[in-house]
Design a protein around this ligand. Sequence first.
Ligand SMILES: Cc1ncc(COP(=O)(O)O)c(C=O)c1O
Length: 225
Amino acid sequence: MRSCKIHDRQLNTRCGQLTHIAQQYDIPIANWLDLSTGIAPTSYPVPQIPEATWRRLPEKSNALIRAAQQYYQGQNLMPISGSQSMIQLLPELMTSQNKTVNRAFIPAIGYQEHKKAWANSCAKVCLYQDIAQLNALTAQDLVVVINPNNPTGTRYTTTQIGHLFEKIKKVGAMLVIDEAFMDGSPEHSFIQHSGDPQLMILRSMGKFFGLAGLRLGFLAAAPLG
Ligand SMILES: Cc1ncc(COP(=O)(O)O)c(C=O)c1O
């Protein structure tokens, strides 16, 4: 049995590195175009934020949920501190839900934070090239699909994801779809299935809207039983 240790880096959320790199190369930050994270270089116009907002703790907002439901065309949405926070929390979340994950299937090429999160868990990380190869799954398997993928740009249609999900449903496994870059082609989103307990979908406000500093994303998943 593999031993599980919590590493310091698991406790920290992922940080930007632009300041560090700008200093290293002695080039002012304003002269850099940071392509490392796929964030739109122009951002959604942020209105003046009332001062009181900074003094109060964040609260649950039905208006925010309604706006997200309307925009994403999905139900069961929960705001999260960027999709990165949920990527890091997922292994622990599965354990807290008594969901044993023995194998985590992760795209061989793709956003490396998924691999890192599962490599620090008790599950075995299995890398795959294409979702069509994912056969012989079991109830203790979890599959991560990054759709569209970063950095390859590979995109699966809802029919292709649907075929994979049928296999997952049949054996009782879990499917996690990282849709951080889905805003440009919402017709490929699988979010309308997010009421299913074997499915979790991650969305990001950072990429398409150029609001990475806001640390806001959404988890679309069935309410906990
Ligand atoms: C595929 C993918 N998913 C998720 C994230 C995390 O983004 P955020 O935490 O800003 O939502 C990134 C960041 O680069 C990414 O490339």
